[in-house]
Ligand binder design. Structure first.
Ligand code: LLP
Length: 449
C-alpha cells in the first residue's frame, strides 16, 4: 500500500479511485502479494528453528475458491471447520490429504463427507464426535487420521469471545478431568482410527508469545503422559492459530520469530526430558495471513455535524460487512483514500448505513474534512469480515477483489438484489390474491396546491 504523488491511496499497484469506479463500493480489496509473503514468512520462520513443520491456513478467516488456490500454491495446508468450508476447498482442487477438519459439533453428514474424501486429519473435539467418527469410518471401511483437541486451560490476553483455551470452554477435551486421556484410549482401541497427534488453540488476536509457551508446555506434558501410559508416540503437535495483527499504526505486531524460537525450544526440551521423538509442529494461522492484506473501500454519503457533540461521516456500508466493531469492540483506522496526503484536521465518527444506532465503524477517527463522494478506506479488514458478513437490512454483500502488480480481479462477485431473493419462496396460499386488493393503504395523498 502506498500513496501516489497526487495523494491517492494505491494498493497492489491499483489506484483506489479506479477500483471504486470499476467495482463499486463497499469493496473488499485483498493485496495478493502481501498474503503470499505472509504465508512464506510463517513457513520460513518455523523452518529456521525446527525441522518438521506443517502450516495450515485457517480458512474461516477468509474462505473463497481463489483464496484456497493461493494457499495451495504457497504450499500450505488448509484448516476447515464446516462442510461449507470443506466443499469450497475441494471445489478449489485442494488435495483432501492437506485438509484438517475442525469443529466442536461436526454433524454426521460433515463427518461422512470428510471420511469419504479421505481428509488429512480430523481434529476431534469431544468423545461423542469420536464415537461417531469411529462408526462412520467403520461403515465406509476407511481409516480416519485423528488429532485430539486438548483444552490446555491457558489464559490468552484477548477479547473473551475469542478466547478458547480456558477450562470453561466449549472447545476441546480437558486434560485434568481425564477426558483427553479417555479419548486417546478410545482412538487406540478403535479399528479404523489412527492417532496422529494432539491439538490446542488458545484464542485469536494474541500478541504475545508467552501464552503459547505455556500451552505448549501443557501439551507436551500430555504427549509424554500418553507415551508413558500406552507406549505410544504421538507424531504431531498442532498448536493452532491466533497470531495477532496490527489494526492501527501504533499497534505492535506479533513476533513470528520469537514464537518459532520459543515454542520450538519448549518442544525440543520437553522431548529431551521425556525421551520422546521430535514430533511435527503444526500451526493454523488465519488472521495473520489475510488480516492486514485486506482493505475495505466505502463512499462517503453524507456528513452530520452536531455542534459540540459529534460529527458523523456516513458511509455506504457498515455492520453487515464489518460486524467486528459491534461484536468485539474492534478498533480500526481509516484513510481518506482519494485525498490521502491532506492533513487530518478533525475528529469524526464513521457511521454505517444500517438501521442500528450501534452501527459505527470507527469512533473518533482523525481525518481531513470529508465530503460526500469521497472514498474512505478502512484498513486491516482481510480477516473475519467477508467471512462473517450478513445481509442485514437486505444489503447485498460487497465484491471481493485480488490486486497484484496493477491487476485487479474479482474473486467474489458483488451480490445483486436478485441474489437476495434467489432462495425466497411464497407459499401458494399467499399468492392467490392480487397483492393490490389486500393489505393496508396509505391515506390518500394530500393536495400539494
Ligand atoms: N485454529 C482454530 C482451531 C481456530 O478456532 C481458529 C480461529 C484458528 C485456528 C485461526 O485463528 P486466527 O489465526 O485467525 O486468529 N471472529 C473472530 C475470530 C474467531 C477465531 C475463531 N477461531 C474475530 O473476528 O476476531
Amino acid at each position: 500500500m502506498q500513496i501516489t504523488g497526487d495523494g491517492e491511496l494505491e494498493i497492489g499497484g491499483c489506484r483506489i479511485t479506479r477500483l471504486a469506479r470499476d467495482f463499486g463500493t463497499p469493496l473488499h480489496i485483498m493485496d495478493e502479494e502481501m498474503m503470499r509473503s505472509n504465508c512464506r514468512d510463517i513457513r520460513t520462520s518455523l523452518h529456521q528453528h525446527y525441522p518438521k513443520v506443517f502450516v495450515a491456513y485457517a480458512s474461516k478467516a477468509f474462505c473463497t475458491l481463489a483464496m484456497c488456490r493461493l494457499i495451495h500454491e504457497e504450499s500450505l495446508g488448509l484448516d476447515v471447520c464446516s462442510g461449507g468450508e470443506l466443499f469450497t476447498a475441494l471445489e478449489a482442487g485442494i488435495p483432501p490429504e492437506n485438509i484438517l477438519f475442525h469443529g466442536n459439533c461436526k454433524t454426521p453428514r460433515e463427518i461422512e463427507m470428510g471420511v469419504r474424501v479421505g481428509i488429512g486429519r480430523f481434529i476431534v473435539d469431544n468423545l461423542d464426535e469420536l464415537d461417531l467418527l469411529s462408526e462412520i469410518s467403520r461403515k465406509f471401511r476407511r481409516r480416519a487420521h485423528v488429532q485430539i483437541r486438548l483444552n490446555p486451560g491457558v489464559e490468552a490476553h484477548t477479547h473473551h469471545y475469542i478466547q478458547t483455551g480456558l477450562i470453561d470452554s466449549k472447545f476441546g477435551l480437558g486434560i485434568t478431568d481425564g477426558q483427553a486421556m479417555k479419548a486417546v484410549e478410545r482412538v487406540l482401541g478403535s479399528e479404523y482410527l489412527v492417532l496422529e497427534g494432539v491439538h490446542s488453540h488458545i484464542g485469536s488476536q494474541i500478541l504475545t508469545v508467552e501464552p503459547y509457551v505455556l500451552a505448549t508446555q501443557v501439551v507436551m506434558s500430555f504427549v509424554g503422559d500418553v507415551k508413558e501410559k500406552y507406549g505410544y508416540s504421538l507424531r504431531e503437535v498442532n498448536l493452532g492459530g491466533g497470531f495477532g495483527v496490527r489494526y492501527k499504526a501504533a499497534d505492535t505486531g506479533f513476533s513470528l520469530d520469537e514464537y518459532a524460537e520459543r515454542v520450538s525450544r519448549v518442544v525440543r526440551e520437553s522431548c529431551h526430558i521425556q525421551r520422546l521423538d521430535l514430533p511435527c509442529i503444526m500451526v493454523e494461522p488465519g488472521r495473520y495471513i489475510v488480516g492486514e492484506a485486506g482493505t475495505t473501500l466505502y463512499t462517503v454519503c453524507g456528513i452530520k455535524d452536531i455542534p459540540g457533540v459529534r460529527k458523523y461521516v456516513m458511509v455506504d456500508g457498515g455492520m453487515s460487512e464489518n460486524p467486528r466493531v459491534t461484536l468485539y469492540q474492534a478498533e480500526y483506522e481509516a484513510i481518506l483514500a482519494n485525498r490521502a496526503l491532506e492533513e487530518s484536521t478533525e475528529t469524526v465518527s464513521i457511521a454505517g448505513k444500517h438501521c442500528e444506532e450501534g452501527d459505527m465503524l470507527i469512533v473518533d477517527a482523525k481525518m481531513p474534512q470529508a465530503k460526500p463522494g469521497d472514498t474512505l478506506a478502512i484498513l486491516t479488514t482481510g480477516a473475519y469480515h467477508y467471512s462473517m458478513a450478513s445481509n442485514y437490512n437486505r444489503y447485498p454483500r460487497p465484491a471481493v477483489i485480488f490486486v497484484r502488480a496493477g491487476l485487479a480481479d474479482v474473486v467474489v462477485e458483488r451480490e445483486s438484489y436478485a441474489n437476495l431473493l434467489a432462495r425466497d419462496r411464497i407459499p401458494a396460499r399467499l399468492v392467490q390474491t392480487d397483492a393490490r386488493d389486500i393489505g393496508p393503504h396509505l391515506p390518500a395523498a394530500g393536495n400539494p396546491g
